[in-house]
Design a protein around this ligand. Sequence first.
Ligand SMILES: [Zn+2]
Length: 479
Amino acid sequence: MEYGQRYVYVSANREICPDLPYVQRLFHKVCREEYGTQTGPTMLAALKLQVEIYNNKCNDTCALLGTTSQGAPLVVVCSPLMKKVHQLKHSGELCFIDSSGNMDRENCRVFLLLTHSCAGGLPLGILLCQSEDEQTIAQGLEQLKQVVGEKGFAGRGHEGPQLVITDDCRAERGALGKAFPKATLLLCSFHLLQAVWRWLWSKESGVTHGDRPALFAIVKEMLYCQEIGSVDRLYSEARGHPVVARYEKFLRYLDRLYARRECWALSYRGSFLTRGNNTNNFAEAAMRVLKDKILQRTKAFNLPQLFDLLTSRLETYYEARIVDVALGRWESFQRAKFLPQDGNIAALHIQQIEDKKFVVKGSTQTYDVDMDLELCSCPAGQTGAPCKHQAAVMKHYSCLSHSFLPINPEMRAELMKLTSAETISLDFLQPLRLKRQSCQSFRSAHEPSTTHQEQQDEEAGHFSAPLHPLTPRHPHPSV
Ligand SMILES: [Zn+2]
């Protein structure tokens, strides 16, 4: 189209239209200069250079190259964004870990460590290695601890996070136990049930087709029952169950599961700050991002190229995602549990006890909410999960919370701090239509000057009286 009548001459000109083999040869020439050969010493030299260049670019030690006892390279990455995520309170509480392969031609293993936030799972570190035995993973975690430093994991440093949710992988759990001996290792509920299902539906189990659902239901109930001591009760009931009695193999399988009940039964998690997370889904989703968005369903040529892609595209992806969530452009999150849903709890049902402590009156009982710890005494809020009582307090008192999608400029600014974006004024982060939601406006609404209509609105939980968008009531300092 561009060349019109001259197309016939242009298409025959290889200077303008090179053929595919030529492009491939050129690609390999350029690729080899930057990434070395697929394996061997040239690849290692290229990898070393890549790590050096990356650290210089970051002006910090953000990647570390080591060698395993088998002489294979082992790289860990904690990018500038990941270092900022390590400052979040959540990074010291809970960490997800998962690994995947098939990302380059040499089939390297990629381990991702993540923590949760209102923007989904955010990365804490990456391990790149050529095998997944316990010793290699443990060495990788030690290397990561060096890069992360004492400020990592929300100031817990080398102690690592309090809780780690993993798949049922012995090597991974063994390595985590060595690297973070003080951390509690939990099993992902979904993966546990999946493993039970697979075992029951395999020939090895010897269970007939008709009995499988009944046996699966027994394990499922043991997993989900929230009552303390329920696992022991259900276990002894299961042992006397007529269907269970027919299968000696299942009984032994159940015994082995029961011995590890503290890792998977939800009734043992009441005292842990899981913040409503019982599965490793954040890590699973991150793996999909890696393969779909970062690698675009192709394989990297070798380890140096994989390192390059992970340190450039992954960082850009998560930065863009955080900015989108902060500015309310992440549409898929609008249906999520992070959306503050206050269950129409009106302001008059909330009593402020201290600066960040509140008592919220529910329909049948009252709940204590601590916005500093982001906890509530209701069943959901006890583990730190977002609940309607915290949402109501956040709405009426304009408190900051990391468990919900941002609803005010201060929360948006907190999220933006994770990115490398320059300082953004709170005015920019204000919604186009201002609502009276701040703590101060709530108090002033109860002063004698408040009109009867306004007070009725406040009591009904409506804060719809718009202010003039150009004259914000409270001038905010810059972030
Ligand atoms: Zn609650």
